[in-house]
Structure formats: C-alpha cells, structure tokens
Design a protein around this ligand. Structure first.
Ligand SMILES: Nc1ncnc2c1ncn2[C@@H]1O[C@H](COP(=O)(O)OP(=O)(O)OP(=O)(O)O)[C@@H](O)[C@H]1O
Ligand SMILES: [Mg+2]
Length: 263
C-alpha cells in the first residue's frame, strides 16, 4: 500500500486537481484507492459527492469509526470526505500533546486495509493538519505551478520536510514533482520546467498543460477522465498515471514482504 501526500504550501497549484484525477485514473486502471480530503476547503470532496454525513472532522474527534465516514464514490475509489468544520481541528490539535498531535491522522487511517493507494489532498498552509498528513505519508507528490515564485515555495517545502525529519524522525521522500499549468506559448513555462529538471532530475513528470476543460470538470462533479477523456488535459493525466503505474513496483511497500525482511 502506498501512502501518498499531495502537498505544496502554495495555493492553487494543482493539488486537488492531481488528487482527484490521479485517484480516479488509478481506480479506473483497477487499483483500489482511498482518497482522503484533509483540506477544510473540501474541494476534492465536493467534486465527488454533495452528500456527506460523517466527515474527517468527526474522525479527528473520535466520534465515529473510519468505516462509517468512508464513501464509495466510484468503482475502486473510496473517499474520506472533508467539511468546512475541519478548520477547527487545527486549534483542537494545538491543545493535544506532542508528539501525539501530529499522529492523529495516522491513527485514524490505520484500519484502512486492502487499498493499493491512500492519497491525501492537503490545504495550502503550514498547519498541524499538514503535519498529520506528513506523518501519515511515506511519499510526497508535489504539484508546482509554472511561476518563478514557485521555486521559493518549493524551498520552503523542503525546509518543512527537513524539520519533520529532525522533529518527528520522519524522512519523507518526494516521488514526483508535477509541473502544472504549463503554457507552451510562454517561454517562462519552459524555463521553469528546465530549472525543475536541474533541481529534481528524473522525478519531474510530464507537464500538465493549461486546459480550460480541466478547470470545468469539477463543476460537473467529474474527473477530467469522465468529463472530456480526449482533451489535452486528460491525455496529460493519462501519461502521468501510466508512469505512476509503470513505476509502482519501485515504490510499493508490500507489508508482508517488508515484515519478512525486518522480522
Ligand atoms: N491544467 C489546468 N488548466 C487550467 N486550469 C487548471 C488546470 N489545473 C487546475 N486548474 C484550475 O486551477 C485552480 C487551482 O487548482 P487546484 O484546486 O487543483 O489547486 P490546489 O493546489 O488544490 O489549490 P488549494 O491550495 O486552494 O487547495 C482550479 O480552479 C483548477 O480548476
Ligand atoms: Mg486544493
């Protein structure tokens, strides 16, 4: 099972778009996926359902069991939904003990079994909610918008990962840097793409081009693979999903297999 956090502290860079479309693409390819909406904006949730009974907020408060909150939103795709009230959890977490307060999400999700991927969508902030997502995850996928300031944001993110390493003993590798909102007509996109390759090398994926259909799909409560499977944005996502599947054996931590070697 792969535990993925989709993270970048900058807003509007494609985190939710990646979470929703990659999660759905993997599910369509036959993988069992649990999408966890760990963002009070609840954007991932809104795309797949308008009917939330128990959200992640009540799981943090220990009011319900995980299985009572999980919704099956597509074949092979389950969702732990968020609601606006999740923003209150940051203040609640401040009052909890260290280090436990960064481990609550990990505990909430520990009964989740039988998934190939657990994918956590996050809010654009330094917050205890995000510290929880980092503690839970075993790898990070980082969407980056093709803007010069994006590079400064990435530095900030790397600093957070090294703080997590020293404070939580947690070394979170980045598996993929995903260039977002790529504009072919704009030299800037190519320049920033090249800088990303210089910094990150092979983990930089194919770019996701600007495509208005990608931004329209959420209004129709659809992933891009449902809304317009032939458009450029859908092709970009299929290419990214193909790569993730092709490389799955490199990243998968098969629990039995690792238990065998550590035991
Ligand atoms: N390839 C694309 N082409 C055009 N618009 C896009 C594309 N990808 C995403 N968008 C739009 O850009 C906006 C930001 O994307 P998204 O919501 O995925 O970012 P985010 O990082 O999750 O934002 P936040 O930090 O607020 O959670 C959305 O309106 C989305 O529809
Ligand atoms: Mg988002």
């Amino acid at each position: 099972m792969r535990r993925v956090v989709i993270i970048n502290f900058k807003g509007g860079v494609g985190k939710t778009t990646t979470a929703v479309n990659v999660a759905h693409g993997l599910a369509l390819s036959g993988f069992r996926v649990l999408l966890v909406d760990n963002d009070p904006q609840a954007n991932s949730t809104f795309i797949f359902t308008k009917d939330v009974k128990h959200s992640l907020t009540s799981l943090f408060k220990n009011q319900f069991a995980l299985e009572e909150a999980i919704l099956t939103v597509r074949p092979n795709l389950d969702l732990v939904p968020a609601s606006k009230s999740l923003s209150t959890i940051n203040t609640w977490l401040v009052e909890q003990q260290v280090p436990r307060r960064a481990q609550v999400l990990e505990k909430i999700l520990s009964p989740a079994e039988g998934y190939d991927f657990i994918i956590v969508d996050t809010a654009p902030s330094f917050s205890l909610l995000n510290a929880n997502a980092i503690t839970f995850a075993s790898e990070a996928w980082v969407p980056v918008a093709m803007e010069y300031l994006a590079l400064a944001n990435i530095r900030e993110l790397m600093n957070t990962f090294s703080t997590a390493k020293s404070n939580l003993g947690k070394d979170l590798p980045i598996s993929y840097v995903i260039p977002f909102l790529y504009d072919r007509r704009n030299k800037k996109s190519k320049q920033i793409y090249n800088i990303l390759i210089d910094i990150f090398g092979d983990i930089v994926t194919n770019p996701i081009h600007i495509d208005v259909r990608v931004s329209e799909a959420p209004y129709f409560s659809k992933s891009i693979l449902e809304y317009n499977p032939q458009c450029r944005g859908a092709n970009d996502f299929r290419r990214l999903i193909r790569r993730i599947i092709d490389e799955n054996s490199l990243y998968r931590t098969d629990d039995l297999y690792s238990a065998f070697f550590s035991g």
